[in-house]
Design a protein around this ligand. Structure first.
Ligand SMILES: Nc1ncnc2c1ncn2[C@@H]1O[C@H](COP(=O)(O)OP(=O)(O)OP(=O)(O)O)[C@@H](O)[C@H]1O
Ligand SMILES: [Mg+2]
Length: 396
């Protein structure tokens, strides 16, 4: 049954909507913020309603702002606005994703008609979504998490992504979730035209083809979604939008590789919701390791991936008083990949050519090739220089 939520209904319209909606009716109080999460929080964890009616007469600006964000985060919900000033609000309402404006004086038959149309549209959207979810296999989402800056997140993600893209053509997209200071585009020597917020617009409108045109293609065949050019733009990106973006990308690509900012920012948690392969990265230092321990504790409280951590130690040959054994013991998880220091790594970031693309004899390339081999399909392997071997032959 499609649920019809009516927010802030004035006493003049409330009984009409309750009657017209029947058993699917759900009364919500006035919104107090433009965050869909705040409004939905009042449902006490119940499912997102298929139809949301907002009586905008008390605060039209707030209702329109909320509608815009609701539409971006839950495009499958049909939005209706009750207003007595349709001329003044019409265009803004349309831009906010509102399907219909309803006059507050509408009688029962008219309200039944409007709600009936909205319910049919919501049913179609729900059926389409169920079909897509059931049919489309989803790719692997590989997210790197580290407690500190500078431990090698971007080095790890760009190299892994390039290696996957070279091994399996058209398979991989990298998403830069270090929204304020991300440098994935620089590490790949790209000057992108589109950035993450552009892709979010396409996701919100359900336009997968437009989404693909907003990705930047790297010469290795890797698709790239760079962080916003303006650090302030990060403030407008919600973790729900990130979750939705990754869901869509995972339907389109076999591998989605996600670079992050240090720690467990909201956006990173949104990504972890859809991550299949979390890479927990640390250096051999007490601050980095104790920070990662806190992250592991938080993830286990949230009951996220307790069995699926893959711990990666960078600069694993640095003898600064912390050993690989200490990492095992502190995290309670064995080290999966150790990356030694590489004299080529800093220059490769600066010139924008990942080592996995250049295939040098380098300890970092050897270590990452083993890691990437864990992710590749049967029959495709990387050798110690990151070159692709398919059925015994070299491809690059
Ligand atoms: N194994 C390695 N050997 C040598 N240098 C490395 C290694 N890993 C990373 N580096 C260098 O360390 C510096 C920081 O790496 P990187 O930018 O990947 O870290 P980050 O975690 O993404 O940092 P930030 O938090 O600032 O985004 C870079 O100059 C990089 O080339
Ligand atoms: Mg980085």
């Amino acid at each position: 049954m499609i649920r019809i939520a009516v927010a802030a209904a004035g006493p003049d319209i409330e009984p009409v909507y309750a009657k017209a909606a029947g058993p699917g009716y759900l009364a919500l109080p006035s919104p107090y913020s433009e965050s869909p999460g705040d409004l939905l929080g009042r449902l006490n964890g119940g499912p997102v309603p298929g139809v949301l009616v907002m009586d905008s007469r008390h605060d039209a600006d707030l209702c329109l702002a909320l509608a815009g964000r609701f539409h971006a985060e839950h495009p499958e919900t049909v939005l209706l606005l009750v207003t007595d000033q349709p001329e003044a609000l019409g265009l803004r309402a349309m831009r906010a994703g509102i399907r219909d404006l309803v006059d507050p004086t509408a009688d029962l038959a008219q309200v039944q008609q409007v709600l009936g149309d909205a319910v049919r549209q919501a049913e179609r959207a729900a059926a389409r979504q169920a079909k897509t979810e059931a049919k489309t296999p989803t790719g692997r989402v590989i997210t790197v998490v580290a407690s500190k800056g500078g431990v090698g997140k971007t080095t790890l993600t760009t190299n892994v992504a390039v290696a996957l893209a070279q091994a399996v053509p058209h398979s991989t997209v990298i998403v830069d979730l270090d929204l304020q200071f991300g440098d994935v585009a620089t590490a790949l020597n790209l000057s992108p035209e589109y950035f993450l917020p552009d892709a979010l617009e396409s996701v919100a409108s359900g336009d997968t083809i437009a989404l693909k045109t907003r990705l930047t293609l790297h010469e290795t065949g890797l698709y790239v979604l760079p962080a916003p050019a303006d650090p302030a733009a990060a403030d407008n990106v919600t973790s729900a939008q990130i979750s939705q973006l990754l869901q869509v990308l995972a339907r389109e690509f076999a591998y989605v590789v996600v670079d992050t900012s240090p720690g467990l920012a909201d956006h990173t948690l949104g990504a972890l919701d859809h991550t299949t392969d979390p890479l927990l990265l640390t250096a051999l230092s007490v601050p980095a390791l104790s920070g990662l321990r806190k992250i592991v504790d938080t993830l286990s409280v949230l009951q996220m991936f307790t069995e699926r951590y893959h711990v990666v130690v960078n600069h694993s040959d640095a003898a600064d008083g912390v050993s690989l054994r200490d990492v095992d013991q502190t995290l309670g998880v064995p080290v999966g990949t150790s990356i030694p220091s590489s004299k080529n790594a800093p220059a490769s970031i600066n010139i924008g050519v990942p080592l996995m693309q250049a295939h040098p004899r380098d300890p970092l390339v050897k270590a990452l090739s083993s890691l990437v081999n864990l992710l590749l399909p049967e029959g495709v392997r990387l050798d110690a220089r990151g070159r692709v071997r398919t059925k015994g032959r070299s491809r690059s």
